[in-house]
Design a protein around this ligand. Sequence first.
Ligand code: FRU
Length: 483
Amino acid sequence: MLHKIEIEKANEFIEQKAKDVNKRYRNKYHLMAPIGWMNDPNGFVYFQGEYHLFYQYYPYDSIWGPMHWGHAKSKDLVNWEHLPVALAPSEEYDKDGCFSGSAIVKDDQLYLIYTGHVEEGDYRREVQCLAMSEDGIHFEKYHQNPVIAEAHIHNIADIAEFRDPKVFQRGETYYTIVAAQTADQRGQMLLFESANLVDWKFKSVVAEGEKHQGIMWECPDLFHLDGKDVLIFSPIQMAKQDNSYWNTSSTVAFIGEMDWETGKLAIENYHEIDYGLDFYAPQTCEGPNGERMMVAWMQMWNRNMPTNDLGHLWAGSMTLPRELHVEDNRLIQTPVKGIYRQFNEQPQDSSKNYFANVVKEQQYVHAVVEINEEQEFTFAYAKNGDEALKISYQAATEMLTVSRETIGYPIKGIEETHLVERKMRVSPVDGQLDLELFRDTSSLEVFANGQTMSFTFFEKVKGTDIAVESTTPLTIKLLTFSQ
Ligand code: FRU
């Protein structure tokens, strides 16, 4: 009963207040909450012919607060329809938040499994709970929640750090992988099994981190793809290593083979999933043709958010959905196919180095650059005077750098040094660098050879131009597309 009241209260607030949101920096082809704060994608699932995506949501302010689940659906993962709030804190076991979780379809009903979070002073309790729906819109919490709690992890893990269940099915058995923490503060992933989604038993520790791999792992997801088993997760404070793991919270893919007898993952390789400043808590879902799609929160913990600072009444966006593959024990990402249909080519002379008045707030830029050995080039995007987003490449080190140092409102975090850029190694293919840039009002996602970098930026003035600078003459094919 209280759940219904809390949901109605949230929905009424959204209906009345969403019109007051300042639209200046709102993205158009990425999923965002109508008003308020959003973080992790949750419950990403294909149900009755449509994708459903839920998210961590606090409608009442543009900062994190007691977590609800926002909800939207889409046929093509590009155009989204907002649906009513799906979950709100209302019970003793989830009174301080319905934390992250996932969804599964069983007997044509939609089931959500999420973390009930309770926090009072030093006391913290995180338990796994179920909610179900016949229409995919209205959810009822299971009357005997929680379904995974203290008794299931007795002598195994601490109930204070135990969250983000990802549910999946193998044969007749349901599994849920949940993030936990060892007593000496390392990340740990626990696997539970069930025949009916209600009665769960502990199966195994799927993987356990080393000290340098973070103090806690969040938001696990485990799936089979291209002959490999992939565990993705989001470690807090993973130690910086070369050009990887620079943010306070990172994302990692462990790639290897699952032994389903022992429930352990033998790891053959691992790497950061996205080399940008704004990418966290990715979750995947299997589409109708077996495709593995991934979406992440395009923001980072512990940094100021300009739209909150400016009183715009919202904060947070999802990334573009990406299709995943595994090649040579690495995760390969390509943009959701339907996105290309959103853009029309802008005719222009692509033989020059300065493109005036070509930048649009919704834009796709495809640059194919002929690379020679000594080359260094910079591509100043959304340039207006000294302001620009800088995408540069150094052939000698094969390093692609994206910098927001010279654009927009400063975004500062708790990292040791103030981060304004990230780097990613990309080797040219057949002497060419193929760069795809997706710009929505306040975000830029770079795809290069299946690797990605995701950023937010909040321009003070609208940038209009693209300028290319290079140490040696550059052959570039630049195509711009806008909506
Ligand atoms: C990850 C996370 C999750 C948690 C949620 C709370 O970003 O910290 O571990 O469930 O956010 O909003």
